[in-house]
Design a protein around this ligand. Sequence first.
Ligand code: DX5
Ligand code: ZN
Length: 218
Amino acid sequence: MIAPSILSADFAHLADEAQAVAGADWLHVDVMDAHFVPNLTLGLPVVESLLKATEIPLDCHLMIEDPGRWAPPYAEAGAHNVTFHAEATDDPIAVARDIRAAGAKAGLSVKPGTPIEPYLEILREFDTLLVMSVEPGFGGQSFIPEVLQKARIVRNLVDSGELRLLVEIDGGINADTIEAAAEAGVDCFVAGSAVYSTADPGATVQKLRSQAASAWAR
Ligand code: DX5
Ligand code: ZN
């Protein structure tokens, strides 16, 4: 699955930018609060407008403090996935349950330096694990290959039937890095600059998807 990130799109034309990737599986929406990360993007009102402007399921990635307070409204609004950061809360299970109760899939995200082992037990409360392959905050950074070990660990637990969730990766995904991520067992690939810097973002989504599919087949 490919999830183009609108962080790299033109914020004055978000409806058109969503239309440009109409064949994408999810549309990735980066919510930043200038506290959890040193950048500020968009929030619930923009997500509500986007929900009316596109049929693509919204994959909301909340890089914010206090997700227990702010995450459930994204689910109530109609986001498909609501993902928050493990580093931002002491009670990730409660937040996941609130998101699910509000009607969305719950995602847990970990920064590149955050180990996955302490969270393996609680992943049964989640539908998605979002492995960050750059420091959250900005698009256009270089992929950190060391994080793939986390994807492999969780892939093995999914394949052995111990967990049921999708493994997603975010940051620095492009034609040069997507195959390594697919070989590590990633199901869903977020790509911002690699999609929106091209003349035909829709065609780039298709190319990335077939590259990932061939790597999966190997
Ligand atoms: C970074 C965001 C990413 C970002 C990825 O904090 O979470 O979703 O848009 O951008 P690229 O694909 O350019 O690394
Ligand atoms: Zn993101």
